[in-house]
Design a protein. Sequence first.
Length: 241
Amino acid sequence: MTSPVLADPRLIVGLDLPSIEAAEALVERIADGVLAYKVGLTLLARPGGVAFAHKLRARGKMVFQDWKLHDIGAQVEGAARAVAEGGCDLLTVHAEPQVMKAAIRGRDSAGSDTRLLAVTVMTSLSDADLVEIGYGRTASELVEQRVQQALDIGMDGVVASPLEAARVRELARAAGRDEFLVVTPGVRPAGADKGDQQRVATPAEALRAGASHLVVARPVVAADSPAMAAARIASEMLEIA
């Protein structure tokens, strides 16, 4: 069993698994070695998926429900309120002004302490992908615009790649928001396969750049020993204050 001494609250393990049963088994194997989990759409969409997220929270885990809400304002407001009322630590919405404002209204009407994260640019997208989609700017330029909007609107943080984390932290400090969360997916230990991520960094690089939390999935969930994989990542993180 992984020693809880090695657990780092800044490490969020993404439960990118095909079934709730597989996710439950992984959590049991890791035990106290991980304090926070991300539950994404594959699990949330399954019968019992939201209940599984609530069970994790009841066990004392920090739970990140990665809904990436993106709809008209009324729907986002209602969904954000429902998620917040159910109990959730972190909730994602897409970083568009109308969406972010609606999510804040929904969360606030629930009287919840759920923290809202704005997804800036997906880490699977390259600059070439953004051109193909129709954005007339690079990933770093689009991230900067959306981070500034998130700060102005009052979001609790953003999801951005490790490559943009330093600039995000700089913008947050300039706005007097030292508590602003910078949650970075696309984190891979040295030598690990990049998978479908384009903009990646090691755990230490991401934290030095200004990330507050790291989301790691494949390097842990696909490891022969997920507990040891999480412990190695946490050990590297603990070296960075």
